[in-house]
Design a protein around this ligand. Structure first.
Ligand SMILES: Nc1nc2[nH]cc(C(=O)O)c2c(=O)[nH]1
Ligand code: SF4
Ligand SMILES: [Mg+2]
Length: 212
């Protein structure tokens, strides 16, 4: 039988820089491939195209070898590979007692049988949210990268009836300075609407380096 494989961009160890699990040491698996429309501000454009094909067992053993209790699976769009191997990887990691957190844009359907913690970060592009509404029930929480336009974020939250406890807002910025400049306005927005604020710690510390 041929190996079940994943299309992998990178595997590394770091600290979750964003969202509800921010600050926790974690193994990161960044899968290759994303869904159109692609975001012009994307900080991981290298993960759009094909990466390295690696067997699921090999990916699992590399992640286990990093020794972290938590694994963040991101992309690209990780759920593109759910049926072709990610579901098997999830089973292998859970068997080892490793906790899993996914990062998804919500442009594809979050699999109903996925057992990890799902953080959805919807994308607003050319005045449209590129998002499948069914994911509002399937994601555990939502993370928005916000720039100057806060109205669309507020409209999204209202339209999909998201409880404030499920919402994290992060300042836009591929670099440290931009993030810091935008933070006070995002902070005020969070205080006003009772949302959670999240910085992007890896950008604050390492600017726009890859693999951190
Ligand atoms: N440290 C760190 N935390 C992250 N949280 C989400 C990330 C992502 O690229 O999805 C990310 C990342 O690339 N690095
Ligand atoms: S959804 Fe995420 S990975 Fe895909 S293009 Fe947008 S920012 Fe980049
Ligand atoms: Mg990132």
């Amino acid at each position: 039988m041929p190996d079940i494989i994943l299309d992998v961009h990178e595997i590394f160890t770091s600290i979750q820089g964003e969202g509800p699990l921010m600050g926790r040491p974690a193994s990161f698996l960044r899968l290759s491939g994303c869904v159109e429309p692609l975001c012009p501000w994307c900080d991981t454009k290298q993960a759009w195209g094909p990466g390295k094909t690696i067997s699921v067992e090999e990916v699992a053993s590399r992640l286990i070898a990093l020794g972290n209790r938590l694994c963040i699976i991101t992309g690209g769009e990780p759920f593109l590979q759910w049926e072709s191997g990610l579901n098997l990887l999830e089973r292998l990691l859970l068997t080892e007692g490793i906790e899993i957190q996914y990062e998804t844009s919500g442009k594809v359907l979050i699999p109903a049988d996925c057992r990890g913690f799902k953080v959805c970060s919807p994308k607003y592009l050319a005045n449209i949210w590129h998002y499948l509404p069914e994911n509002s029930e399937r994601a555990d929480c939502f993370k928005f990268v916000a720039g100057d336009e806060l109205k669309p974020v507020q409209e999204f939250i209202t339209k999909h009836n998201l409880d404030q406890d499920r919402v994290w807002i992060m300042p836009m910025g591929t670099g440290r300075d931009e993030q810091l400049t935008r933070s006070p306005k995002i902070w005020e927005f969070c205080v006003k609407h009772h949302y959670n604020f999240s910085p992007r710690l890896h950008t604050l510390f390492f600017n726009n380096q890859q693999g951190v």
